[in-house]
Ligand binder design. Sequence first.
Ligand code: MEV
Length: 426
Amino acid sequence: MDRNISGFSKLSKEKKIEWLASNYFENQHLTKETLQRYWNTDAQLQQLHDDFIENTISNFYLPYGVAPNFLINDREYTIPMVLEESSVVAAASLVAKFWRSRGGFRATVLGTVKIGQVHFMYRGDSKTLQTYFEHCKPNLLKATEGLTKNMRKRGGGILDIELRSKTDQLANYFQLHVTFDTKDSMGANFINSCLETIASTFEREDIQVVMSILSNYVPECLVKAEVSCPLTDLVPDSDPETALAYALKFKNAVDIANVEPHRAVTHNKGIMNGIDALVLATGNDFRAIEACAHAYASKDGSYKSLTHCEVKDGHFRFWIELPLALGTVGGLTSLHPLAKFSLQLLQNPSAEALMEIIAVAGLAQNFAALRALTTTGIQKGHMKMHLMNILNQLGANEKQKEKLVTHFKDQPVSHSAVQEMYQKLE
Ligand code: MEV
């Protein structure tokens, strides 16, 4: 079957689905029905979603959950989370409660610098290039004035433009390294527009611009979040020796992730469970956040933990430091009704406040994972939360669900055990 098609994007949504159904599916009616079930009945809302991307044929839902009881810098938050993985929201809620009674989370933004680069090739004398750059720099800034006007009014804009030689790594390769403050917007469009203007102003016969693009690696757009408490508060109702032994075991788990990349990737994946869920809920770009976080985790030459732990002088301290380039205005944040709702729920934070909240969500998730891993293991809790997925997969009705949930309250959950009990019910 030849599935080559031209002009697909010009077809109506219905015709696109018809083409898919007849080319890839046996039951064409079911295909259409499956996709249409997820269309929004509010035509205007559906159109909004259709217009986010190209060739939209349906919507792909993810659950939107909330984790209450977060206390961050003495302020109360209920955190919205969008993700498909069971246990994550429950873990966030538990940890929020745990730290709430121990002073809550402290978070601080350490920097907000964003980066963009004009990459170019130049074969001439580097001193001549430097002289040309210095001469040109005021013009580069001037050329962007129209673009930066509004951002400057908000206190942001271009911070600096630097000429950097990269010829030791690649022959003839130079770049204009441009730093930005984009205030409450993530600033991707702003940065890219500025860069393209800078590039075309800078380019001349002996300078070949290869590309102009923001960098998603923003190590100076950095936030730190932490929790701390006396050791005796870490393990309620325990004697000091038990508390110390537990804290040291917990710290070992963090230290292992610092020296063992296989563990570090899973450790950081757990952190990203919390971070991505909030990044998605607030309409931010989770691919950018992911790429940057992992690059930062490798900044010392090997892939390490994004969290750190200290047990000292009878005190437990646990913190995260990571770059987060976020926006609370522009992009999807104001366009997607649920992203807007999330930001309202978070009391309309600035981008800096959102960096703090999201870093806390990552730290909380890591605390929950390490606490479970170093005590009971994660499967007990995880499979309990997963029980409903298994029951849904098996097609259990409400009554059957009720019975099986009661049965598995004090029984180990596994797919086969649930299936067996389910069959016994029928
Ligand atoms: C699962 O999504 C995340 C964990 O594997 C994280 C970790 O191991 O630290 C539980």
